[in-house]
Design a protein around this ligand. Sequence first.
Ligand SMILES: Cc1cc2nc3c(=O)[nH]c(=O)nc-3n(C[C@H](O)[C@H](O)[C@H](O)COP(=O)(O)OP(=O)(O)OC[C@H]3O[C@@H](n4cnc5c(N)ncnc54)[C@H](O)[C@@H]3O)c2cc1C
Length: 190
Amino acid sequence: MRENSNINKALAYYIGYSTDDLIRYKASSGGIGTSIIKYLLSTSEYDTSMTFVYDKEKCGYIPKLIYDFNEINICGSVYQDIDIFSFLKENISSIKNGIIVTCMPCQVQGIRSVLDRNNINNFIISFCCSGQTTLEGTWLCYRYMGIDKSQVINMQYRGNGWPSGIQIELFDGKKIYKNKFSIAKRFFYL
Ligand SMILES: Cc1cc2nc3c(=O)[nH]c(=O)nc-3n(C[C@H](O)[C@H](O)[C@H](O)COP(=O)(O)OP(=O)(O)OC[C@H]3O[C@@H](n4cnc5c(N)ncnc54)[C@H](O)[C@@H]3O)c2cc1C
């Protein structure tokens, strides 16, 4: 590592939460990430960010570029492998002005390098992460809960209150809830 480098050195630590009640309720852990995205999108430096939407066919979350805060889907933490690097590379021409990206700590370097190489101003928000599961991990959860994955039209691991838990919505309108200390805790750090 280069001497005097800022790598692995925090410049400062702050604790915060969103003062917007709805954002705080819907977000993972206080909504600071969502609030930073909202603020940055209101500035002239950033016209693009990203969100995650549940894809029924894939039975998992997919990333989506957004250009306005109203397009955001506040769905809490997504514990599924998402290849944000390839997504941004494939959609580089759709990025307008600067972009705000959220990603796992291990994804930051590659994402920053592809955005820098394309002269795209970027603000990267990363989070505490003790590991990621694959999409199949979510499907395994359904199996242990006795749920047929083809019937799932939406799911969330976090958000909608604290500490929250797995929220699954089925095609027939049934809603299933398991708190985070029950089934999911056996498989994931949530
Ligand atoms: C894979 C994973 C592992 C985690 N491990 C830990 C842990 O070990 N310890 C701990 O304390 N907390 C962990 N978390 C929780 C994480 O720290 C919280 O998401 C964070 O506190 C953000 O809280 P917030 O209220 O600001 O979130 P929000 O305001 O909801 O903002 C979070 C932002 O992150 C985005 N996001 C969610 N999931 C992903 C994803 N997979 N990839 C990219 N962007 C995403 C959301 O779209 C949103 O924009 C983990 C989260 C994830 C996704």
